[in-house]
Ligand binder design. Structure first.
Ligand code: FNR
Length: 417
């Protein structure tokens, strides 16, 4: 109602409501490199497109005249109350969108009452992001997303930090043991990590910093001095100032981050070790195969998070929404299933919930909101999705979230059997 009434007064929404207009507006505000990093996907971006097409393939079949009030949106997951079955996905290097980055996004999520997932590659250290969220709302729900590098001491240390700040859970992302092949970034030679961006979590970690003088495997990196390199070094020095680290320590930190980040050998045994290392609820993010989901549950995971990383990793992989029903069936009631990749609207969220997700993650759209309006921009994006989610449920005759199920959907163009 409020959003419509604002319109009556001629007040335009703070950010465009239509997701494509939102993306377009953000593309004009952001640098070409920053926009390419956020908007881009792996390879020919076929999976990115498939994520969207999958939502179009399912149609809602609303019921009328059921005399129902709009349903409440509140859910309880892993012992915490969420105002709605929606959350902000972990997104790294948010400083590319806005200087307040994760702080602004976390505040926006907290004020809305939905969880924020702090990326392993955040632009502010976890402790500061959690503090910002709690300042906005003492009941803020914050998850920590972990990338398992080869630096096991840093992994352990990150887990301790997540426990100490009272995170609601750890989200271990398993689809990015190496960075995907992303042509837009490659063509622009855009490597934010090498400028020290998106490694705040490391630059404030005692275990990681304590190991900076240890020898590293791999060839030494002695590039010829070029203007671009000089610029990157200046940026690196600037970032270092924020953390009290001089240029030579920063160079060592970047070198160590790059040398330890990729971990293609990551396996179920490592997941088991993470499971044993923390009492926090553990979610596995990036699963597409039901057998992987079942194995995660058997191993003691508290949640399964269906995602293809917004099409940024394996080009040609299955759309996340298409992977969801089989995983939801395989997991049953054992643990909650989360889902992201391609969610753009409240109606999309309803479809994912109907196919078995207990909550749905919003990715790129909130980064665009952040670029356009900082915290207010993210809050507006969330408000728009939530308003449409509520409206879609009410207009579809859904009386409570518990009533959602595949019976609400019709699938068009079924693929050949
Ligand atoms: C991501 N994603 C991501 N995931 C993660 O686990 N850790 C991370 O650091 C990041 N970083 C990141 C950066 C950017 C710029 C994007 C767009 C995405 C993936 C993210 O959590 C989520 O899976 C996707 O964004 C969901 O897809 P949509 O909603 O963007 O289509």
């Amino acid at each position: 109602q409020r959003i419509y009434l604002e319109g009556l007064l001629g007040r335009k929404p703070p950010v465009p409501v239509h997701p494509e207009a939102l993306e377009k507006a953000a593309s004009k505000r952001m640098s070409p490199e920053a926009f390419a990093y956020v908007a881009g996907g792996a390879g020919l971006e076929r999976t990115m497109a498939a994520n969207r097409q999958a939502f179009d393939r399912y149609r809602l079949l609303p019921r009328m005249l059921r005399g129902a009030k709009p349903p409440g949106l509140e859910v309880e997951l892993w012992g915490r109350r969420w105002a709605a079955p929606l959350f902000l996905c972990p997104i790294g290097v948010l400083e590319l969108a806005h200087p307040e980055a994760d702080l602004a996004a976390a505040r926006a999520a907290a004020r809305t009452g939905v969880p924020f997932m702090v990326s392993n590659q955040s632009s502010y250290p976890l402790e500061r992001v959690v503090a910002a969220a709690r300042e906005a709302n003492p009941e803020a729900v914050v998850f920590f997303q972990l990338y398992h590098s080869t630096d096991r001491r840093a992994v352990q240390s990150f887990l301790r930090r997540a426990e100490e700040v009272g995170c609601a859970g750890v989200v271990l992302t398993v689809d990015t043991v190496q960075l995907g092949w992303r042509p837009r970034d490659l063509d622009l030679a855009h490597l934010p990590f090498l400028k020290g961006q998106g490694i705040a979590q490391y630059l404030t970690d005692p275990a990681f910093l304590g190991a900076l003088d240890e020898p590293l495997e791999g060839p030494p990196f002695r590039p010829k001095p070029t203007l671009a390199l000089l610029k990157n070094l200046l940026a690196l020095r600037q970032t270092g100032k924020r953390y009290g680290l001089d240029l030579s320590r920063m160079q060592k930190a970047v070198r160590r981050f790059v040398a330890t980040y990729s971990f293609p050998e990551l396996s179920w045994e490592d997941v088991e070790r993470v499971r044993e290392a923390t009492r926090l609820p553990l979610l596995l993010k990036g699963l597409l195969h039901p057998e992987d989901a079942v194995r995660a549950v058997d191993l003691g995971a508290d949640g399964v998070y269906v995602s293809n990383h917004g099409g940024r990793q394996v080009d040609g992989s299955l759309a996340a929404l298409e992977a969801l029903p089989a995983i939801a069936r395989a997991v049953g009631d054992k643990v909650p299933v989360l889902m992201d990749s391609g969610v753009r609207t409240g109606a999309d969220a309803v479809k994912a919930l109907a196919l078995g997700a207990r909550a749905v993650g919003l990715g790129r759209p909130y980064a665009y909101g952040l670029a356009l309006g900082g915290e207010e921009g993210v809050r507006a994006v969330l408000a728009h999705v939530l308003a449409e989610l509520e409206l879609t449920l009410a207009l579809s005759g859904v009386r409570s979230l518990a009533e959602l199920g595949p019976h609400l959907l019709v699938r068009e163009n079924p693929p050949p059997q």
